[in-house]
Design a protein around this ligand. Structure first.
Ligand SMILES: [Zn+2]
Ligand SMILES: [Zn+2]
Length: 390
């Protein structure tokens, strides 16, 4: 089959590789009909995530048709059309039973590696390093789905691939980020990063009852999408001082909740952002550049919530934890418990409460993916969300 393989920093190639097969009896093999490139794939592309190996197949956002089912999988049958959540979960461990699917205890075969770094291991993910399981991803013609009787959800024929594809990650991720803000009537939510997750966080904040959403970025087309599609007020951080502007917009108090949809590669213009760039370039201690997070902490009103869907992988330097303590902030973060949100969010799509296709800016074939990574990585040509057809 053809698949997009990682070879190193800024080096991905579409190659012919062996077809996946059923390994465990609960597996399924999916013929991918649509897949997408995620902002977090760029962290891999830029070489920020350790334990990648040459030839690893990328992609954690994919859907398709079941072509093979393991003999203990009673949920799926050949021909089913499914969306697959990006977090891999066994369905039966302590964490899965509590619907904390991204913390599954059984789905990361390299848990020892993660335990060394983090104390204990989160779930495995598709196409996201050996630290998180070394699973082949879905930017490919076919993919093996482990525990396929837990994650995948069947999709009604009347919905198109593009309407449901972002259930794999970005929609639930934006939704969980908003849900983690415990939004109350009248609340103002500020969102850093207007990539795809940020766009869904904006929509979700309104779906969950926010009165105002303020979106922060420096890329004009992303800000435009946030205001046109998301109905958010916007701040261009290349033009104004974010903290002062947020204060002014909220009567001096600050937003009730702040969502960091940027994660570890924040590009800011202030002194601490420049410091981070120098520091990250030398790769001595710090792996993550947390500029957006610092600003979110600094901006948030007293007693407010900072919600972090953006991916962090390692150590954070110069973190304003004193501000968080002084203001009594609540922090919510982590990978999305995707599986938990599939059915309710599919229902919202079916009821027409949201049409996730608004976020798509580019459509192309899998063969063209390396060029898309390059342009998306440089934030060129208006890239926000790319859908690939194998
Ligand atoms: Zn993703
Ligand atoms: Zn589990």
């Amino acid at each position: 089959m053809r698949a997009l393989c990682w070879y190193g920093r800024k080096d991905v190639r579409v190659e012919t590789v062996p077809d996946p097969t059923i390994i465990n009896p609960r597996d399924a093999v999916i013929k991918v009909t649509s897949t997408a490139i995620c902002g977090s794939d760029l962290h891999l592309y830029d070489g920020y995530i350790p334990t990648m190996e040459k030839g690893d197949i990328l992609g954690h956002e994919f859907m398709g048709e079941v072509v093979e089912v393991g003999k203990e999988n009673n949920k799926l049958k050949v021909g089913d059309r499914v969306v697959v959540p990006f977090t891999i979960a066994c369905g039966h461990c302590f964490f899965c039973e509590r619907q904390m699917f991204s913390l599954c205890d059984n789905s990361n075969p390299n848990a020892k590696m993660a335990e060394t770094l983090y104390g204990s291991s989160p779930s495995g993910l598709f196409g996201y390093s050996h630290l998180l399981g070394g699973y082949a991803g879905g930017q490919a013609e076919y993919v093996r789905v482990p525990y396929a009787d837990v994650g995948p959800i069947k999709i009604p024929e009347r919905l198109t691939d593009e309407q449901v594809l972002f259930l794999t990650d970005n929609f639930p991720t934006g939704y969980q980020a908003a849900e983690n803000c415990n939004i109350q009537p009248g609340d103002t939510v500020a969102i850093w990063g207007c990539g795809s997750v940020g766009q869904f966080a904006i929509k979700s904040a309104y779906l969950l009852g926010a009165e105002r959403v303020i979106a922060i970025d420096d890329i004009p087309e992303r800000l435009l999408m946030a205001s046109r599609e998301g109905k958010a007020e916007t701040i261009d951080f290349s033009k104004v001082h974010v903290l002062e502007t947020l204060k002014e917009m909220t009567g001096g108090r600050g937003p009730d909740a702040c969502i960091d949809c940027v994660g570890l590669e924040a590009h800011g213009h202030s002194v601490d952002a420049i410091y981070d760039r120098v520091k990250a370039a030398t790769r001595i201690l710090e792996t993550d550049r947390p500029h957006a997070l610092r600003e979110a902490i600094q901006a948030c009103r007293k007693g407010g919530t900072v919600s972090i869907p953006g991916v962090y992988g390692g150590l954070l330097d110069k973190m304003n934890f004193g501000a968080a303590f002084a203001k009594g902030l609540t922090f919510r973060m982590g990978q999305t418990h995707d599986t938990k949100y599939l059915a309710p969010l599919l229902q919202r799509i079916e009821e027409g409460q949201i049409d996730p296709t608004f976020v798509i800016t580019h459509r192309m074939s899998l063969e063209e993916a390396p060029g898309a990574y390059e342009k998306f990585g440089k934030r060129e040509d208006g890239y926000i969300k790319v859908v690939l057809k194998p």
